[in-house]
Write a protein that binds this ligand. Structure first.
Ligand SMILES: [Fe+2]
Length: 234
Protein backbone atom coordinates (compact mmCIF):
# COMPACT_ATOMS: atom_id res chain seq x y z
CA UNK A 1 0.00 0.00 0.00
CA UNK A 2 2.79 2.33 1.02
CA UNK A 3 4.70 1.47 -2.19
CA UNK A 4 1.62 2.26 -4.25
CA UNK A 5 1.29 5.72 -2.65
CA UNK A 6 4.95 6.49 -3.38
CA UNK A 7 4.56 5.30 -6.98
CA UNK A 8 1.46 7.47 -7.45
CA UNK A 9 3.28 10.50 -6.04
CA UNK A 10 6.21 9.89 -8.36
CA UNK A 11 3.91 9.64 -11.37
CA UNK A 12 2.25 12.91 -10.37
CA UNK A 13 5.60 14.69 -10.01
CA UNK A 14 6.78 13.32 -13.37
CA UNK A 15 3.54 14.38 -15.06
CA UNK A 16 3.78 17.88 -13.60
CA UNK A 17 7.44 18.20 -14.66
CA UNK A 18 6.65 17.13 -18.21
CA UNK A 19 3.74 19.57 -18.47
CA UNK A 20 5.87 22.35 -17.04
CA UNK A 21 8.68 21.86 -19.61
CA UNK A 22 6.22 21.58 -22.45
CA UNK A 23 4.60 24.81 -21.29
CA UNK A 24 7.92 26.63 -21.08
CA UNK A 25 8.84 25.48 -24.60
CA UNK A 26 5.60 26.63 -26.13
CA UNK A 27 5.40 29.87 -24.19
CA UNK A 28 8.82 31.25 -23.29
CA UNK A 29 7.63 34.75 -22.43
CA UNK A 30 5.10 33.53 -19.86
CA UNK A 31 7.45 31.00 -18.35
CA UNK A 32 10.05 33.64 -17.56
CA UNK A 33 12.61 32.20 -19.99
CA UNK A 34 15.27 34.90 -20.44
CA UNK A 35 15.38 36.75 -23.75
CA UNK A 36 19.18 36.43 -23.75
CA UNK A 37 20.88 33.07 -23.59
CA UNK A 38 24.30 31.98 -22.40
CA UNK A 39 25.78 30.18 -25.42
CA UNK A 40 27.94 27.09 -25.15
CA UNK A 41 31.67 27.50 -25.71
CA UNK A 42 32.25 26.44 -29.37
CA UNK A 43 35.17 24.12 -28.37
CA UNK A 44 36.61 22.37 -25.33
CA UNK A 45 38.54 24.25 -22.63
CA UNK A 46 41.88 22.81 -23.83
CA UNK A 47 41.21 23.33 -27.56
CA UNK A 48 43.28 26.51 -27.81
CA UNK A 49 46.36 25.05 -26.09
CA UNK A 50 49.20 25.88 -26.00
CA UNK A 51 48.31 29.49 -26.87
CA UNK A 52 45.55 29.82 -24.28
CA UNK A 53 45.67 27.26 -21.47
CA UNK A 54 42.82 25.06 -20.31
CA UNK A 55 42.49 26.54 -16.82
CA UNK A 56 42.32 30.11 -18.13
CA UNK A 57 39.61 29.12 -20.61
CA UNK A 58 37.58 27.28 -18.00
CA UNK A 59 37.69 30.11 -15.46
CA UNK A 60 37.19 32.77 -18.13
CA UNK A 61 34.09 31.10 -19.54
CA UNK A 62 32.45 29.56 -16.46
CA UNK A 63 33.19 32.35 -13.98
CA UNK A 64 33.86 35.63 -15.76
CA UNK A 65 31.61 35.33 -18.80
CA UNK A 66 28.89 33.60 -16.79
CA UNK A 67 28.93 36.39 -14.17
CA UNK A 68 28.59 39.09 -16.85
CA UNK A 69 25.63 37.23 -18.30
CA UNK A 70 23.91 36.60 -14.94
CA UNK A 71 24.41 40.20 -13.78
CA UNK A 72 23.24 41.60 -17.11
CA UNK A 73 20.03 39.54 -17.11
CA UNK A 74 19.38 40.46 -13.46
CA UNK A 75 19.93 44.17 -14.17
CA UNK A 76 17.57 44.38 -17.18
CA UNK A 77 14.81 42.14 -15.82
CA UNK A 78 11.66 44.18 -15.27
CA UNK A 79 13.13 47.29 -16.92
CA UNK A 80 12.61 48.98 -20.30
CA UNK A 81 15.84 47.35 -21.51
CA UNK A 82 14.53 43.79 -21.20
CA UNK A 83 12.67 43.76 -24.53
CA UNK A 84 15.39 45.49 -26.58
CA UNK A 85 17.99 43.81 -28.79
CA UNK A 86 21.64 44.02 -27.75
CA UNK A 87 22.29 46.38 -30.68
CA UNK A 88 19.55 48.74 -29.44
CA UNK A 89 20.77 48.49 -25.85
CA UNK A 90 24.31 49.41 -26.92
CA UNK A 91 23.04 52.24 -29.16
CA UNK A 92 21.48 53.84 -26.06
CA UNK A 93 23.96 52.65 -23.46
CA UNK A 94 24.80 56.19 -22.26
CA UNK A 95 21.30 56.25 -20.73
CA UNK A 96 21.72 52.88 -18.98
CA UNK A 97 23.22 52.13 -15.58
CA UNK A 98 26.89 51.24 -15.20
CA UNK A 99 25.81 47.71 -14.23
CA UNK A 100 24.02 47.22 -17.57
CA UNK A 101 26.86 48.84 -19.53
CA UNK A 102 29.61 46.74 -17.91
CA UNK A 103 27.79 43.42 -17.82
CA UNK A 104 25.95 43.80 -21.15
CA UNK A 105 29.30 44.60 -22.77
CA UNK A 106 30.98 41.69 -21.01
CA UNK A 107 28.22 39.33 -22.11
CA UNK A 108 28.40 40.32 -25.80
CA UNK A 109 32.17 40.87 -26.09
CA UNK A 110 33.01 37.38 -24.83
CA UNK A 111 30.56 35.69 -27.23
CA UNK A 112 32.34 37.44 -30.09
CA UNK A 113 35.75 36.58 -28.62
CA UNK A 114 35.00 32.83 -28.33
CA UNK A 115 33.61 32.81 -31.87
CA UNK A 116 36.58 34.58 -33.39
CA UNK A 117 39.00 31.95 -32.10
CA UNK A 118 39.46 28.32 -33.19
CA UNK A 119 41.95 25.53 -32.51
CA UNK A 120 45.19 26.03 -34.46
CA UNK A 121 44.77 24.99 -38.09
CA UNK A 122 40.97 25.06 -37.98
CA UNK A 123 40.30 28.77 -38.44
CA UNK A 124 40.80 28.90 -42.22
CA UNK A 125 42.29 31.87 -44.07
CA UNK A 126 41.44 35.52 -44.51
CA UNK A 127 39.06 35.82 -47.47
CA UNK A 128 40.18 37.70 -50.61
CA UNK A 129 37.53 40.36 -49.90
CA UNK A 130 38.67 40.90 -46.30
CA UNK A 131 42.34 40.95 -47.34
CA UNK A 132 41.58 43.61 -49.95
CA UNK A 133 39.71 45.76 -47.39
CA UNK A 134 42.54 45.34 -44.85
CA UNK A 135 45.17 46.33 -47.42
CA UNK A 136 43.11 49.33 -48.45
CA UNK A 137 42.67 50.49 -44.82
CA UNK A 138 46.09 49.68 -43.34
CA UNK A 139 48.51 49.23 -46.28
CA UNK A 140 49.21 45.52 -45.79
CA UNK A 141 48.21 42.56 -43.61
CA UNK A 142 51.49 42.99 -41.68
CA UNK A 143 50.71 46.65 -41.03
CA UNK A 144 47.21 45.71 -39.89
CA UNK A 145 48.57 43.17 -37.40
CA UNK A 146 51.16 45.65 -36.13
CA UNK A 147 48.52 48.36 -35.60
CA UNK A 148 46.10 45.93 -33.96
CA UNK A 149 48.87 44.69 -31.64
CA UNK A 150 49.77 48.27 -30.74
CA UNK A 151 46.12 49.00 -29.86
CA UNK A 152 45.99 45.86 -27.69
CA UNK A 153 49.33 46.57 -25.99
CA UNK A 154 48.52 50.24 -25.51
CA UNK A 155 45.17 49.74 -23.77
CA UNK A 156 45.90 50.98 -20.26
CA UNK A 157 44.38 48.70 -17.64
CA UNK A 158 41.56 46.43 -18.78
CA UNK A 159 39.79 46.47 -22.11
CA UNK A 160 39.64 45.26 -25.68
CA UNK A 161 41.25 45.73 -29.09
CA UNK A 162 38.96 45.60 -32.12
CA UNK A 163 38.88 45.38 -35.89
CA UNK A 164 35.72 47.25 -36.80
CA UNK A 165 33.61 47.82 -39.91
CA UNK A 166 32.01 51.27 -40.05
CA UNK A 167 28.67 52.21 -41.60
CA UNK A 168 30.35 52.75 -45.01
CA UNK A 169 31.95 49.29 -44.90
CA UNK A 170 35.45 50.63 -44.20
CA UNK A 171 37.69 49.00 -41.61
CA UNK A 172 39.37 50.63 -38.64
CA UNK A 173 41.17 49.50 -35.49
CA UNK A 174 40.13 50.71 -32.06
CA UNK A 175 40.48 49.96 -28.41
CA UNK A 176 37.87 50.38 -25.68
CA UNK A 177 38.21 50.41 -21.88
CA UNK A 178 36.57 47.93 -19.49
CA UNK A 179 33.72 46.08 -21.27
CA UNK A 180 32.80 48.85 -23.69
CA UNK A 181 32.66 48.05 -27.41
CA UNK A 182 32.35 49.92 -30.73
CA UNK A 183 28.58 49.31 -30.90
CA UNK A 184 28.07 51.55 -27.87
CA UNK A 185 27.01 55.18 -28.31
CA UNK A 186 29.81 56.12 -25.90
CA UNK A 187 32.53 54.68 -28.19
CA UNK A 188 34.91 57.22 -29.72
CA UNK A 189 34.63 55.53 -33.15
CA UNK A 190 31.49 53.52 -33.80
CA UNK A 191 30.92 50.47 -35.98
CA UNK A 192 30.45 46.70 -35.96
CA UNK A 193 33.30 44.72 -34.43
CA UNK A 194 34.42 41.81 -36.62
CA UNK A 195 37.42 40.72 -34.51
CA UNK A 196 38.01 41.34 -30.81
CA UNK A 197 40.81 40.58 -28.39
CA UNK A 198 40.27 40.56 -24.64
CA UNK A 199 43.26 42.17 -22.91
CA UNK A 200 41.94 41.96 -19.35
CA UNK A 201 44.50 40.23 -17.14
CA UNK A 202 41.96 37.44 -16.48
CA UNK A 203 42.39 36.47 -20.16
CA UNK A 204 46.10 35.69 -19.93
CA UNK A 205 47.65 36.11 -16.49
CA UNK A 206 47.84 32.42 -15.44
CA UNK A 207 50.02 31.55 -18.45
CA UNK A 208 51.64 34.83 -19.43
CA UNK A 209 51.66 36.79 -16.13
CA UNK A 210 52.60 40.39 -17.02
CA UNK A 211 53.69 39.51 -20.58
CA UNK A 212 50.65 40.84 -22.41
CA UNK A 213 52.62 41.26 -25.70
CA UNK A 214 53.37 37.50 -25.76
CA UNK A 215 49.68 36.70 -25.33
CA UNK A 216 48.81 39.12 -28.15
CA UNK A 217 51.38 37.48 -30.47
CA UNK A 218 50.03 34.02 -29.58
CA UNK A 219 46.46 35.10 -30.43
CA UNK A 220 47.23 35.19 -34.17
CA UNK A 221 47.76 31.39 -34.15
CA UNK A 222 44.16 30.78 -33.16
CA UNK A 223 42.16 33.41 -35.04
CA UNK A 224 39.04 31.93 -36.64
CA UNK A 225 39.27 33.71 -40.00
CA UNK A 226 36.20 31.85 -41.23
CA UNK A 227 34.14 33.62 -38.54
CA UNK A 228 35.82 37.00 -39.18
CA UNK A 229 35.24 36.66 -42.96
CA UNK A 230 31.58 35.94 -42.29
CA UNK A 231 31.12 38.94 -39.99
CA UNK A 232 32.89 41.18 -42.51
CA UNK A 233 30.58 39.97 -45.32
CA UNK A 234 27.38 40.69 -43.35
FE1 LIG B 1 37.37 38.44 -20.39
Amino acid sequence: MKAKVILTSLTLVLTMTTQSSLFSQSSPAQSGKPAFEFPALPYSYDALEPFIDKMTMEIHYTRHHRAYYDNFVKAITGTEWESKSLNDIFAGISKASAVIRNNGGGYYNHILFWENMAPQGQGGQMSAELKKAIESAFGSVEDFIRQFNDAAKGRFGSGWAWLVKDAQGNLFISSTPNQDNPLMDVAEKKGTPILGLDVWEHAYYLKYQNRRPDYIEAFWNIVNWNAVNERFAQ
